[in-house]
Design a protein around this ligand. Structure first.
Ligand code: SF4
Ligand code: FES
Length: 215
């Protein structure tokens, strides 16, 4: 998958910005308004803050649209555990040590990502904000837990594999955070990504009956 990444250089780091993965959550604009200014061109000016503030703010970008590369070679460290945060009426925000299988056979190592669960993104498996136009509605809670319990020995890395025309398969130690404050911990599950499951966020097989198509 070829992605168009724009780069913005400062003394101690380079900021990478993937426009397609930005769904305008605006953590960056609220965090460092002098650096991230949507009314200015270029809209990112990393010279207006120190490296520590830039890194802290970029690491809060929930979609992974923003990343940094330090000139000394040090890289962003994943959070100590893997979490999937279910956004009501929106995507799955996933953080941790992530390994994502992409269409075409590529693998992406990531620390933050927003995954489509409405079925309408044109940039699957990533969210592109299409849930808004599609009127996707889901409370972001767990009704019937389908997260398989840990059997011990799971890897810290969370493997994320979108099944062709089917769910998002997740394997590895993970904690799900719901929009109502509830949470569940386990080792693997299949998240619905067609938008049709009656037991969201989990897959219930509805993708078959509605003819969901995705790589
Ligand atoms: S925090 Fe990330 S997703 Fe949100 S507006 Fe900034 S770049 Fe886009
Ligand atoms: S992917 Fe939606 S029900 Fe299986």
């Amino acid at each position: 998958m070829t992605r168009k990444i724009r780069t913005y250089e400062a003394e101690e780091l380079v900021v990478d910005y993937d426009l397609k993965r930005c769904i305008h959550a605006e953590e960056c604009i609220h965090g460092l308004p002098d650096v991230f200014d949507a009314e200015r061109r270029p809209w990112i000016d990393p010279s207006k803050a120190g490296a520590a503030d830039l890194m802290r703010t970029i690491e809060r970008c929930p979609t992974g649209a923003l990343h940094y590369r330090r000139t000394d070679g040090k890289v962003e460290q994943p959070r100590a555990s893997n979490t999937v945060c279910i956004e009501a009426d929106g995507p799955l925000y996933v953080t941790g040590r992530l390994r994502i299988a992409l269409p075409g056979g590529e693998t992406l190592d990531e620390t933050r990502v927003a995954l489509c669960r409405c079925g309408h993104s044109k940039d699957k498996p990533f969210c592109d904000n299409s849930h808004v136009e599609a009127g996707f509605a889901d409370a972001g809670t767990i009704v019937e837990n389908r997260l398989k319990p840990s059997e011990g020995g799971e890897t810290y890395a969370l493997e994320i594999s979108p099944a062709a025309n089917g769910p998002m398969l997740v394997r590895g130690s993970v904690k799900i955070l719901c929009s109502d404050g509830a949470s569940a911990e386990g080792a693997s599950c299949a998240f619905c990504r067609c938008g049709g499951s009656a037991n969201k966020p989990f897959c219930d097989g509805t993708h078959n009956s509605i003819g969901f198509e995705a790589d």
